[in-house]
Design a binder for this molecule. Structure first.
Ligand code: ZN
Length: 94
C-alpha cells in the first residue's frame, strides 16, 4: 500500500526562535585528551574566554569547538497558509 504525498515546497532557515549554541572541549594531551568542557553558551565569546582561562590553568592550547543551530522548514509558497501570524509571514517573505 502506498501513500501519496502532495508536493509542497519548503525552504530551510535558521530557526529564529532558538538561540545557536557554542561550546568547546579541550583535546590537548598525548595519549588521552584532557576532555575539559566549556559548557554550552549562547555566544562564541564566552567559550573563547573559557579556553583562555583553561590555558592559563593548564597550558592546554588545543580545543574542539562546536556550533549548533536549529533549523526550521518554512513553506516557500507565495500564498501563505491560512492562520500564519504576521511575524512568521515576514520570515517567509524574507
Ligand atoms: Zn585541558
Amino acid at each position: 500500500m502506498s501513500r501519496v504525498f502532495r508536493f509542497v515546497p519548503y525552504v530551510t532557515q535558521q530557526d529564529p526562535g532558538s538561540e545557536p549554541e557554542y561550546s568547546a572541549e579541550c583535546v590537548a594531551g598525548d595519549e588521552e585528551a584532557c576532555g575539559a568542557q566549556s559548557g554550552t553558551w549562547d555566544g562564541p565569546e564566552t567559550v573563547d574566554d573559557w579556553m583562555r582561562e583553561h590555558m592559563k590553568e593548564t597550558g592546554h592550547r588545543h580545543f574542539r569547538r562546536s556550533f549548533v543551530d536549529f533549523a526550521e522548514l518554512v513553506p516557500a509558497a507565495r500564498e501563505l497558509p491560512a492562520g500564519l501570524e504576521p511575524a512568521k509571514a515576514e520570515r517567509v517573505r524574507a
